[in-house]
Design a protein around this ligand. Structure first.
Ligand code: NDP
Length: 282
């Protein structure tokens, strides 16, 4: 009980002492958001637009991106552009960063959010899919981060990485996906140390999300689990605030923090809960 109370106090203290978010700081901010044609990325584009940012968005579907850009402009974005790109292509991550640098004249925020589609099912030995997913969900992230770092460094910028509770704990049915998220957490955790040791200007925020009510996520878990899903627009706003206040981590919803820190205390209990939170009949 004492331990649990101490953790709660530490969590609340961290919340209360975290810097206040100044919405004006995003007016005119130059932002690149990936995976912004749908879901959380799309919602982030709209929030940045309402804050008056200058935005470049990317994903594969050009028509959808065009519609999102139009809505961003109507919501108040100072500038909004899109570039269609497939993050499985070796050259596209660089191409996208170059485009954003050219259109906006520099970057204050790089928000890495896209994911490739991956089945929600038992792993059946598809190594090629896992390799492909690693390209889309991991290698493109580190390629874009490296390309954008000089500009972020110049502008005291922020690198925001959208990860998952499945980058902290393992779960059935998502072996390829969870691998990419663990890789992100490891890589950007290490890079954060290195930037701090170099006294870099760039902050890295890694965002741990629980289940969010995007169409793609809901389609996968419908009928399989009763875990509550949280609103994409709220998740998006929390990610933006975390980047703007240069916090190293976000846990959304809040209880994902407790799951992440307590998962190793009683491993067999954790495993039991995880395996029994899905409707599965062998
Ligand atoms: P969505 O599936 O709704 O959106 C994924 C985005 O990535 C789309 O814009 C899609 O657009 C784009 N995309 C897909 N494949 C590629 C590709 N090969 N190259 C470039 N872009 C691509 O995802 P969510 O909004 O649900 O998730 C957003 C982030 O939040 C992800 O990082 C995810 O891991 C994380 N998260 C989400 C949770 C959830 O429950 N929703 C839970 C935990 C974390 P297009 O098809 O046009 O290319």
């Amino acid at each position: 009980k004492v331990l649990l109370a101490s953790i709660c106090v530490a969590f609340l203290a961290a919340k209360w002492t975290s810097p206040r978010f100044d919405a004006d700081s995003l007016k005119g901010a130059r932002v690149l958001v990936t995976g912004a044609s749908t879901g959380i990325g799309e919602q982030m584009a709209y929030h940045y637009a309402r804050f008056g940012a200058q935005i470049v968005i990317t994903a594969r579907r050009e028509k959808v991106l065009q519609q999102v850009v139009e809505k961003c402009l109507s919501l108040g974005a100072q500038k909004a552009f899109y570039i269609a790109a497939d993050m499985a292509n070796e050259s596209d991550p660089d191409k996208v960063v170059d485009y954003a640098l050219e259109k906006l004249g520099g970057l204050d925020y790089l928000v890495l959010n896209h994911i490739g589609p991956s089945p929600f099912s038992m792993w059946k030995g598809d190594v090629d899919h896992t390799k492909w997913l690693m390209k889309v969900n991991f290698f493109s992230y580190i390629q874009m981060a490296w390309k954008a770092l000089p500009s972020l460094e110049q502008n005291k910028g922020s690198l925001v990485v959208v990860s998952s509770l499945l980058g902290k704990i393992t779960s059935p049915f998502v072996a390829p996906y969870t691998s990419t998220k663990f890789a992100l957490n490891g890589f950007f955790g290490s890079l954060r140390h290195e930037l701090a040791m170099k006294k870099s200007n760039v902050s890295i925020s890694v965002c741990t999300l629980g289940l969010i009510d995007t169409d793609s996520a809901m389609e996968k878990v419908r009928g399989v689990t009763d875990v509550q899903a949280y609103p994409a627009t709220d998740a998006a706003l929390n990610i933006i605030i975390t980047g703007a206040t240069r916090q190293p981590e976000l846990f959304y919803p809040w209880f994902t923090y407790f799951i992440a820190i307590t998962k190793d205390w009683f491993p067999s209990v954790t495993d039991y809960i995880i395996q029994n939170s899905y409707n599965y009949i062998p």
